[in-house]
Design a binder for this molecule. Sequence first.
Ligand code: ASP
Length: 345
Amino acid sequence: MKAIHKPNILLIYTGGTIGMIKDADTGALKAFNFKKLIKGIPELKLLDCNIETVSFENPIDSSNMQITDWQKIAVIIEEKYNDFDGFVVLHGSDTMSYSASALSFMFENLDKPVVFTGSQLPIGDLRTDAKENLITAIQIASLQDNGKPVIQEVSLYFEYKLYRGNRTTKISAEHFNAFTSPNFPELVESGVHLKVNNAILLKQKTTKKLKVNTSFDDNVLILKLFPGINKTILHSLLNTPNLKGVILETYGSGNAPMENWFISEIENAIQRGLHIINVTQCSGGSVLMGTYETSTQLKEIGLISGKNITTEAAIAKLMYLLGQNMSKSEFKTAFETPLRGEMND
Ligand code: ASP
């Protein structure tokens, strides 16, 4: 009889509310010891997989996440890739969508699950959402079909739903249902059964080995348009020394003011070599330059279309692509092409 292989799952603890306790003096939540966190969930022993754990030496609130922390997570996964069938990353919810997006770009030829999760209440809290999130994230990371992982991409599990990580955005600082994926359906829904939306999952087609690209360039900016935006300030921001790329959050389907000074500031920046990406500030829908008069010029002067990418994925993709040293035209093509399912074609 063929031996049944129990999936090996690596749990990577980076910090976040899930493992925090109240500081006795100030009452503020701060990260604490991972071993204690695991003791708080004896149910983990009942799961049908082998779980090993690794923790950041100093767990952090995810508001302190840096590019170096993304690199740390990627290197842990790269080093342990052949020993495990799936990876669950425990992470604060505040910047989880940024990290999940960044990691999705870093991993080329990924054929195993990397599931980000966290919680709104600490694990020790009586009404915590941490247990369900963690237990189901591990179960999803363990799902196999014919000996191969069902999920082969970077995803995010929160409150009964597994999303493609680079499609998510945090929408609530209060509700357990803290994330949404405005332009892409859930990969898995957790109810009485785990309902897997097989048709939309990314599946690794090549037999190429995992490649981890850890270079990023942080000379970037997110600029959200608002009525009343001032010429001097825009000029000064776009002329920031070393600035290489801007995510321009425009209105609706990619629209912006038509005033001459505005268009020429943007045009000059593009001619100086800056990459400017048009992303909508709406929570759903896509940029479609040329639909309105207010976006026709933007298209003509060479703005890159972010299509229906989230701002979180856009800034991560911008920093990632800038780190890959491409020519101007290669950059535009690469940004407008879905690399890891982060936008529609
Ligand atoms: N501030 C926390 C963090 O992002 C919130 C959370 O974990 O949900 O680390």
